[in-house]
Write a protein that binds this ligand. Sequence first.
Ligand SMILES: Cc1cc2nc3c(=O)[nH]c(=O)nc-3n(C[C@H](O)[C@H](O)[C@H](O)COP(=O)(O)OP(=O)(O)OC[C@H]3O[C@@H](n4cnc5c(N)ncnc54)[C@H](O)[C@@H]3O)c2cc1C
Length: 273
Amino acid sequence: MLDVRTCGSLAEAAGLLSADRQAHLIGGGTLVMRAVNEGRLTEGTLVRVTDPAFRQMNLGGPRIELGAGVTMAMVLARGELAFLHPAARSIGGPAVRTMASLGGNLFAGPPYGDFTVALLALDAQVVLQAGYGGGRAVALEDFLAARARGGQGLVAAIQFARPQSPGDFRFRKISRVRPKGIAVMTLAAHLPRAGGRIAQARIAYGAMAPTPIRARGVERALEGKPLDAVSLQAAAQAALEGCRPATDAIASEWYRREVLPVHLARLLAGDGR
Ligand SMILES: Cc1cc2nc3c(=O)[nH]c(=O)nc-3n(C[C@H](O)[C@H](O)[C@H](O)COP(=O)(O)OP(=O)(O)OC[C@H]3O[C@@H](n4cnc5c(N)ncnc54)[C@H](O)[C@@H]3O)c2cc1C
């Protein structure tokens, strides 16, 4: 049997999740409720959170904090987050975007997790809520590496530094069906520049490994370089480092490896289509 519990605070919800291995948080429910409706989830407790902090957005300062319950539609409604609109718009159709939360996207397995790719390129941190108050921030990359082991508890919020120039941030989702097909692959890049040279490049891929990953080889190839033909060539050569793409109904491993360098070059060249 499935039970539903409503919690007025994040701490209470985190306590329930840590005490009961069969408890699942409901974000927007686009994946959880599908599992319920399809009979894949029939036992345990569904935990709803009504704490306003869960959907809060702090956009004023250089560091942005978004509650994990913030939806794709809420991101799209805020001009301050315009650099993230292509990523939010790439998730499902309007009905899904109204429900789909940023927190839920962090847990969405392949072929989903497109927004998480954007957050990874922003070097985001994930705030985990402790059962009896307080929280701790972990790097999104570490969070994703640990995700497969489960038991991560409740994600309260996501934090990242605002790109100094919106043009430094790029996102590209490749799908066979437009505008809302699922991803052959997803790429995002944050390319801050100092004196015409790239400083602290962050590149992330989705659908090129079991979880979204950073493209460390590409980041190294670009670091300290101007974005010119030589550095783009070096980036293309390093494009596949660390990739372990799957063959699935959308594309084969071979195809994903073949086309990744092409899409990376377009992303770095600023072609966001
Ligand atoms: C028709 C359709 C199209 C879709 N298209 C896309 C797409 O193009 N791209 C894409 O990336 N996704 C897509 N999705 C998948 C999904 O809608 C999104 O990934 C969404 O962001 C998931 O968020 P949610 O709030 O609905 O997750 P939920 O269903 O609420 O939760 C998903 C999982 O995450 C856990 N969880 C949720 N929030 C938290 C939290 N704060 N702390 C701890 N655990 C949590 C839940 O317990 C559950 O295990 C699609 C889904 C549908 C049904």
